[in-house]
Design a protein around this ligand. Structure first.
Ligand code: MOS
Length: 756
């Protein structure tokens, strides 16, 4: 048994519970629904010009001609930025000094590396003039045939997958185990190119004042963006002020500053005026990242009793010709099922595409739909119910590392979800259930998992002499509700009511809140806030307990409790003093402290940290037309301490809807001849609308995991996709008896024998 880690880091004098755990509505909700929330492109400093990108219509080759004169001659056009006249940069956009740095297309030459690559920027007095000017550029190209798809070039083993994960991981002898397994499956699954499609496109308003730069732009990582821009323009990060109070979705594509955003800054430098640049929807399909396609071969072995003996998960994926991001889709197979032999491996090709990036649950989403389908096929090969099979095989400890993790929570999720869904009434065989209208009904299951990550962050806490509080950290609210949940943590950390706390966030001059990614933002920024609050309260307690005029004199630092703007003696709550009185007597207008957060390496060396869940889905399939309607999805999740149940449910729903979308809707169709995305718009790239969304239920186990961080916070942003996508696919099999292994599942995949 691994040793228990005690909660020694939790400050004893702070009591939690009055704000944390409350199902508050979003504090910025009214601003949003009344249109008063100011998104990046809503800003318009005096004298702002409009910039419009011209993008490449070929996927490989070079630009041989741009009619710059025609564009410049158009009324209202101020300038045209091409690789001939763009302002110099202090850093090569193709340099890469760390894995979080992506190579950018900043008009460095005439080369075209993918369709929709920026090739010029037209800057004009009006959006219309800039748009018309861009159309007049009439580019000519020297085109080469594009390399498209997973078989377009020679494959290789990438040096790492995701951000720094090993491409191959192995435990036990998978080949030997497969050879002696009495039940085996060997199946290949394919997932398509997907695009982030945030409602708010990438946008920037950039204004230079000498060598100081002021920017409005959506960002999931203000400090990283600031650092990258500082490097590219050769100025110090303090000279750059970024405002990003609201994001209309990000899903990973706004985690790092993108090429088009930097082009907006370059355009502003070129013309010496503020510039606004907003991507058109179709321009999002290229320079700002996507989810790479995968082809995944899963070989699974089991013994006669339905116990797993081997899992071999091999993934082929694609990256761009000029940069490295490899979708880590096989990694999910080392975390979920307790097979004595497990091997995961990745290979990749380079194709003429924009560089893929993290897209909500990168690797976990793609890997999950394949693994959960394959586990279902293995259960079927063993003649077992898919839940019984998973209950027999889920991991008690993380299989690949042997570290303990919250397997009890996963067992609870299976039990709760199955009960709520009514799983015990599921017939084992496929094509057994029909509804009143004669539609085929199927029930499917998928296991959900996502790592509980933490990055580094900092926060600044202030208590003022009027008894109010201030908490500052540059966090990012992409719509998930961060500014509400983090304010709840701030209020508890300061021992104040929410209304008494001013929460400042969303700008780069505040302490770094870490990247809003990896479902780690609440844990990362939240722990910095918690620690800052504890630090400032500790200073207040020092002032009071060391002052013989205070009723708390002599109570000692660990002997007080902070609540409702007062400090109380722990052993005698009748003796207390308000923050205002403590500061007033000390002659201080305010007192401040900083707090930091980071993952605890000791805990991480002992425990494997994940959120878990189990998702149950029902679909109805028209036996004549093959049309699929998901009707019911029930997910049970254990994701640590729930800071705000309303927001967490909403996050889980968002993920579950994305899971439905993964199984049934999303698919960027790439033209083999041109390398262009044929459906680069929201009409033909299908994302679910309300009518596509089934009845959803997200049950939350209140899980106490003291090891992830002192508040026990895990993430909920991405886990909902995992499990759900596979559950829907498995339900389609159960309804129809047809196992579709290429996603999304389409009507023509379900050409069925005539219904009886
Ligand atoms: Mo996410 S893909 O970690 O924004």
């Amino acid at each position: 048994m691994a040793p228990e880690i005690t909660l020694a880091r939790a400050p004893l004098h702070v009591r939690h519970g009055s704000n944390i755990g409350q199902p508050l509505t979003r504090r910025d909700g009214v601003l949003k629904v009344t249109g008063r929330a100011r998104y990046a492109a809503d800003n318009h400093p005096a004298g702002t010009l409009y910039a419009v990108l011209a993008v490449s219509s070929i996927a490989r080759g070079r630009v041989t001609f741009l009619d710059v004169q025609a564009a410049k001659g158009h009324p209202g056009v101020v300038d045209v930025m091409t690789h001939d006249n763009r302002p110099p940069l202090a850093e090569d956009p193709d340099a890469k000094t760390n894995p979080f740095m992506f190579r950018l297309d900043l008009l460095q030459n005439d080369q075209v590396r993918y369709a929709n690559q920026p090739i010029a920027v037209v800057i004009a007095e009006t959006l219309e003039a800039a748009t018309e000017g861009a159309a007049l550029l009439s580019p000519q190209y020297e085109a080469q045939p594009p390399r498209v798809g997973l078989d377009a070039s020679e494959s290789f083993v990438p040096p790492s997958v995701g951000i720094g994960n090993p491409p191959r991981v192995q435990r036990g002898d998978v080949e030997a185990a497969l050879a002696t397994s009495s039940r085996r499956i060997d199946a290949t699954y394919e997932t398509p190119v997907q695009y982030h499609n945030a409602m708010e496109p990438h946008a920037i308003v950039a204004a230079w004042d000498g060598d100081a730069l002021s920017i409005d732009t959506p960002s999931q990582g203000l400090a990283l963006a600031q650092g990258r821009i500082a490097g590219l323009f050769g100025i110090s990060p303090e000279k750059i002020h970024i405002r990003s109070p609201f994001l209309g979705g990000g899903f990973g594509s706004k985690g790092l500053i993108s090429g088009p955003q930097v082009l907006g800054i370059m355009a502003a430098r070129l013309v010496g005026r503020p510039v606004k640049l907003v991507l058109r929807r179709e321009q999002m399909y290229g320079p700002v990242g996507h989810r790479a396609p995968t082809r995944q071969r899963l070989r699974i072995g089991a013994d006669r009793d339905g116990r797993l003996t081997a899992i071999d998960h091999h993934v082929k994926t694609a990256s761009s010709t000029f940069d490295d991001f490899f979708e880590p889709a096989a990694d999910i197979s080392h975390t979920l099922y307790a097979s004595p032999a497990i091997a995961t491996s990745h290979e990749a090709v380079r194709i003429d595409t924009g560089t893929p990036m993290f897209m909500r649950a990168p690797g976990e989403a793609t890997g999950s739909i394949a693994l959960e389908s394959a586990i279902d096929e293995a259960a079927q090969a063993c003649g077992m119910d898919p839940l019984a099979f998973r209950l027999k095989n889920y991991a008690e400890v993380e299989p690949i590392s042997g570290k303990p993790f919250s397997s009890k929570a996963l067992r609870d999720c299976y039990a709760q979800g199955a009960e709520r869904f009514g799983w015990s009434r599921r017939p084992l065989a496929a094509r057994q259930m029909r509804d009143e209208a004669g539609f085929l009904v199927g029930w499917g299951l998928g296991t959900a998992t996502f790592p509980a990550l933490m990055f580094q962050a900092e926060a600044r806490a202030v208590v003022r002499s009027d008894g109010s509080g201030l908490m500052e950290t540059g966090a990012h609210d992409m719509g998930q509700g961060a500014s509400t949940a983090l304010a709840q943590i701030a209020a508890d950390g300061l021992g104040l009511e929410l209304e008494q706390v001013e929460f400042r966030t969303g700008t780069s001059d505040l302490p770094d809140a870490g990247i809003a990614g990896g479902s780690a933002h609440t844990a990362t920024a939240g722990m910095a806030i918690h620690n800052a609050g504890a630090a400032v309260i500790a200073k207040l307690a020092d002032l009071a307990t060391g002052d013989e005029r205070s009723p708390l004199f002599g109570a000692g630092n660990a002997g007080v409790v902070a609540r409702g703007g007062r400090l109380f003696r722990r052993d005698d709550e009748g003796r207390s003093e308000s923050y205002a009185a403590i500061l007033g007597r000390a002659g201080l207008t305010e007192i401040e402290a900083r707090g930091k957060s980071a993952a605890d390496p000791t805990a991480q060396s002992i425990y494997a940290m994940y959120a878990h869940g189990a998702v149950f889905a029902e679909v109805r399939v028209d036996p004549d037309l093959g049309q699929i309607r998901p009707t019911r999805v029930v997910g049970a999740f254990a994701a640590g301490r729930v800071i705000n149940p309303r927001l967490v449910r909403s996050q889980l729903f968002g993920g579950m809807i994305w899971g439905v979308s993964f199984a049934l809707h999303e698919h960027a169709v790439i033209d083999r001849r041109s390398g262009r995305t044929l459906n680069a718009n929201l009409a033909e790239y299908h994302v679910p609308v309300n009518a596509d969304v089934p009845s959803l239920e997200a049950l939350m186990s209140d899980e106490h995991d003291p090891h992830v961080n002192a508040l026990g916070i895990k993430g909920v942003g991405e886990i909902g996709i995992t499990g759900t996508a596979g559950a829907v696919a498995n339900a389609v099999w159960h309804a129809t008896g047809i196992r579709v292994r290429r996603f999304p599942i389409r009507i023509d995949d379900l050409a069925m024998p005539a219904s009886d």
